[in-house]
Design a protein around this ligand. Sequence first.
Ligand SMILES: Nc1ncnc2c1ncn2[C@@H]1O[C@H](COP(=O)(O)OP(=O)(O)O)[C@@H](O)[C@H]1O
Ligand SMILES: [Mg+2]
Length: 439
Amino acid sequence: MQSLSERFNTLKTANLVTRPVASGRLVRVVGLTLEAIGCRASVGSLCRVETLHGDIEAEVVGFSGETLFLMPSEQLTGVLPGARVTPLVHEQGIAVGPELLGRVIDGVGNPLDGKGELFTEKKASFTAHTINPLARKPIDSPLDVGIKSINGLLTVGKGQRIGLFAGSGVGKSVTLGMMTRGTTAQVVVVGLIGERGREVKEFIDEILGEEGRARSVVIAAPADSSPLMRLKGCQTALTIAEYFRDQGLDVLLLMDSLTRFAQAQREIALSVGEPPATKGYPPSVFAKLPALVERAGNGSDGQGSITAFFTVLTEGDDLQDPIADAARAILDGHIVLSREMADAGHYPAIDVERSVSRVMPNIVNEEHMLMARAVRQVLSVCRKNQDLVSIGAYKPGTDQAIDQAFTFKPRLDQYLQQGMKEVVPYDMCVNMLRSSLQG
Ligand SMILES: Nc1ncnc2c1ncn2[C@@H]1O[C@H](COP(=O)(O)OP(=O)(O)O)[C@@H](O)[C@H]1O
Ligand SMILES: [Mg+2]
């Protein structure tokens, strides 16, 4: 027979009882933040808040003295002064399982696609279980993404984390969609965070398509959802990716966008009184970014990998934006999409010269690396001398390097372009690269 204290401990470990629950009440609402007194709940836990239209859930995002600061996960309507606030004792979590494949869910795991409830066996916590950095498998093999310029010149390794830097309308979504169809990863997890609602539908119906959808999970937290929902959406995407990785699968995680994640955290932090630091971003934003990004990567032995693409918006195509700067420092490579190339109809508008995959030398053979370097040299020589050549100030025969670069340029341009629906497997990319550099 178990004693009472033993039973309490078993319940406690099972997360059924964590603390006694006393309801408090709302005393203030400022912007999106609710302030409650009379109840105790830990930061990060959920409370139920009574409103005229039924209860809504809100997360504790901070406190000051006896006052709890809460952020609702949905639209805030119908709250009255003194409304009851009840801490929820159950652990927050997100349903994970193979049932997620082919589904579209919101930031906290509720289905959005009208395909019925999601029933899974397991629940996983939103926050990460950290992996000992020494236990992680090294990045040692390429991941095929089906795009020539990336496979050939900016080879991505299984477990690598890459930033996709671009302004708006330059082709981020299309490029991510091409990868979902072209990749050899077994599972694709797509986080659409802070996009316009219309774009979410377009991405799912047109860019992802039926075939892409079957092995994908889409997490959508559009721009009109609460900042908490957008923040949670990113964490949900990582939690789901981690689940599939722990099953030994290779996962491709596409997060559009990391900037919106940072902006959601900025909204939350500013509204609970954190002072802004760089360009209005409070310091906690720069702490949350690496915490999120570090969750991707390789697992330990026996686990699979999470290869992640995080899109980063560069306002006015400014690469010095604080989020872009911070992202570049914590990612293992960046791919820059150029507006100039997109305007000229060169798609995907990847600016190879300004992009780098930091792990490429470790995962490709020497010949491949030399070819990639040769392409960079050709592109660089052509860019530097383009003006001279266009105005006719350069006389062919003056400089052998320039002459050679300009003979290769048209073939390379052709290699670097690719149609939206075209998928080119890795080996073919390398062979095509070789033949475009020959002769
Ligand atoms: N590979 C491509 N081939 C042809 N057109 C493309 C390609 N990539 C992008 N585009 C064009 O660029 C437009 C904007 O792309 P999109 O991915 O929606 O931009 P973003 O997500 O960066 O705002 C598309 O509607 C399409 O017309
Ligand atoms: Mg887009």
